[in-house]
Ligand binder design. Structure first.
Ligand SMILES: Nc1ncnc2c1ncn2[C@@H]1O[C@H](COP(=O)(O)OP(=O)(O)OP(=O)(O)O)[C@@H](O)[C@H]1O
Length: 579
């Protein structure tokens, strides 16, 4: 009888249909009672040898059975619809919240666990609210009503039925806490296993390359065994629960039967009363039996409730309090002013006192050795985190003043890790701009240097890509993602190692074409290979989270700083590379 607050909250989304489903469920139960009463009267008549009313009584029983079939069908339909409404609304809410949480959330939560909560957890909530909850309400209201009727017909039946009903309803409550604890254990293990499998599947190439497939399989087997143990532990408690209910139901029915026989033997009640006690006593426990059955359907929802609540109430890393739309008449100037940021739990700041300006409509590059803080600066610009000190402005306005969605739409990003979906190339491109024409697509793919390769495919732009773009090379994926970002036509374009998988000669061509196509946008480029950034209007050199130098390529090379070392390292790498 556990009603977790998260599940009550979920049920409120379909209050009306759930109420109708509950009323119908109650009416279905009432038809059982009516049927029992009619049969009791018919049997009593038969016992007395009076068959005059028999055909009418049997016809009434048949009518009740037919009515019940119709009512049960309607109930199931309405309950299913209510469950679907709860499911869809809950998933929508969670997905919208995940969007607000942004990638920062997935650096602490595992994608597989979030998937399990979103898919299996929400399905469990559907079963809980559409099947268990209506039955629960019927169970706590109708059996006391039956007892009241029996109290009038045969008060002696009550000493047998009341304790049994109380035991059936309240006995299992003693196990609720233990059941909740086992349920949570089971859910956590289930979520963990889901996350492990997803990671193993996605990381299969790396596991194979490291010769770790066997070890991973063993680890997954151990995890599966842990899930099996958690399931058995949960079932054990659940079985005690069911055992108590069964004991009470059987005991109560038997006690009522004995009392009815005793009353018949002593002649203290009429034949109708005896049959009523016999048949209604069994019906009195029907809702309890049905509740035990529905409990198994809704149990997953109870187990998942904590996880759902945690996901729904997880605090985003940044607050979306800005209201200004990120729409600028001309490309905006971007400024970092004395920006310092330390990741949660980190010892030292990832970036410290960073100040520079990316001129409006120009290309600014950020370079620096690995770990210098380049990606952190981009994450701060997109407000995946907010700096603890300093400010970032676009067109003179702090990024925190813009509405978050609008800000992120105003900045198109192509990162090293591109994401392409299992859909056609055209669909993947149109993610950025659903109304883009075919000409728009070709213009963008030409600039990104991938048009010819797409055109050469048998199905061209209608080619369906494998999951995560698996049927393309790394370079092709990156260029397609680049075309998608160009198509977004955002005033600010951020390229984070966007051409790292493309060969150097092609990279130079793309960067040249891109500079032409991006004129009229403020472009921020992060790249390891200096060929990609040497023609930038301005280069910001980062080192250990601080700005080491700012200037043009030629000036920076002359200055003999970190940049010179990066240039030399680049030359050495190329000379050392196999021909
Ligand atoms: N989520 C995180 N939590 C804690 N520390 C982090 C996190 N992400 C990055 N860091 C740390 O912040 C510093 C800057 O990292 P960042 O990823 O910004 O560097 P980068 O210049 O982009 O490196 P690379 O060129 O290798 O991608 C590093 O010391 C890194 O270990």
């Amino acid at each position: 009888m556990i009603v977790h607050p998260e599940l009550r909250r979920a049920a409120r989304r379909a209050r009306r249909p759930l109420l109708t489903a509950t009323l119908l469920q109650g009416t279905v139960t009432l038809t059982h009672l009516a049927q029992a009463a009619l049969l009791a009267v018919a049997l009593a008549d038969l016992a007395r040898g009076d068959t005059g009313r028999l055909p009418w009584l049997l016809a009434a029983v048949l009518a009740v059975v037919a009515a019940r079939a119709g009512l049960a069908l309607g109930q199931r339909r309405i309950a299913t619809r209510a469950g679907a409404r709860v499911r869809v609304a809950l998933r929508d809410e969670l997905l919208a919240h995940l969007g607000r949480l942004g990638p920062a959330h997935l650096s602490s939560a595992r994608a597989g666990a979030v998937r399990t909560t979103l898919v299996d957890g929400v399905e469990g909530v559907d079963a809980y609210v559409s099947r268990y909850l209506p039955q629960l309400l019927v169970t706590v209201t109708l059996p006391p009503l039956v007892l009241a009727v029996l109290a009038v017909v045969e008060p002696w039946a009550l000493p047998g039925l009341v304790p049994a009903l109380l035991l059936a309803l309240c006995g299992p409550r003693a196990w609720d806490r233990l059941l909740a604890a086992r349920g949570k254990e089971h859910w956590d293990t289930y979520e963990g296993l889901g996350a492990d499998y997803l990671e193993a599947l996605q990381g299969m190439p790396a596991l194979r390359a490291a010769g770790a497939v066997g070890r991973t399989r063993t680890r997954l087997e151990v995890r599966s065994a842990a899930l099996h143990r958690a399931t058995v532990a949960k079932l054990r408690v659940s079985l005690v629960d069911t055992g108590i209910t069964d004991l009470a139901v059987q005991g109560g029915t038997a006690a009522a039967a004995l009392l009815a026989c005793w009353s018949a033997a002593t002649g203290s009640t009429t034949a109708t009363g005896t049959y009523l006690v016999l048949l209604l006593a069994s019906e009195c426990f029907r809702p309890v039996r049905d509740l035990a059955r529905e409990w198994h359907a809704g149990y997953l929802g109870v187990s998942a409730a904590d996880g759902l609540a945690a996901l729904r109430t997880a605090e985003p890393a940044v607050r979306d309090t800005g209201t200004a739309p990120a729409r600028w008449a001309a490309p905006p100037e971007l400024r970092f002013e004395d920006v310092t940021f330390t990741y949660d739990g980190a010892q030292a700041p990832a970036v410290q006192g960073v100040s520079f300006t990316a001129a409006a409509g120009r290309t600014t590059a950020i370079v620096g050795p690995s770990g210098a803080g380049k990606s952190t600066l981009l994450a701060l610009l997109l407000r995946h985190h907010d700096p603890q000190q300093g400010r970032i402005t676009l067109d003179g306005r702090r990024t925190t003043e813009y509405a978050l969605d609008s800000l992120r739409q105003g900045i198109a990003v192509v990162s090293q890790e591109t994401y392409l979906f299992h859909a056609t190339i055209a669909d993947n491109l149109r993610l950025a701009r659903p109304d883009a024409t075919d000409d728009d697509l070709t213009r963008a793919t030409r600039v990104a240097g991938v048009h010819d390769e797409i055109a050469a495919l048998p199905d061209g732009y209608a080619t369906v890509l494998g999951e995560r773009g698996a049927t393309l090379s790394g370079g092709q994926r990156q260029r397609l993602a680049l075309a998608r970002a160009l198509l977004a036509d955002a005033p600010v374009l951020v390229l984070d190692e966007a051409t790292s998988s493309v060969d150097e000669r092609r990279e130079a061509d793309i960067v040249r074409e891109l500079s032409k196509a991006a004129s009229g946008r403020t472009v921020l480029v992060v790249a390891h290979r200096l060929a990609a950034v040497r023609h930038a209007d301005r280069i910001v050199v980062l080192d250990a989270g601080r700005v080491d130098a700012v200037g043009e390529h030629a000036v920076l090379v002359e200055a003999g700083s970190v940049y010179t070392r990066l240039v030399e390292a680049g030359h050495a790498h190329r000379e050392g590379a196999p021909a």
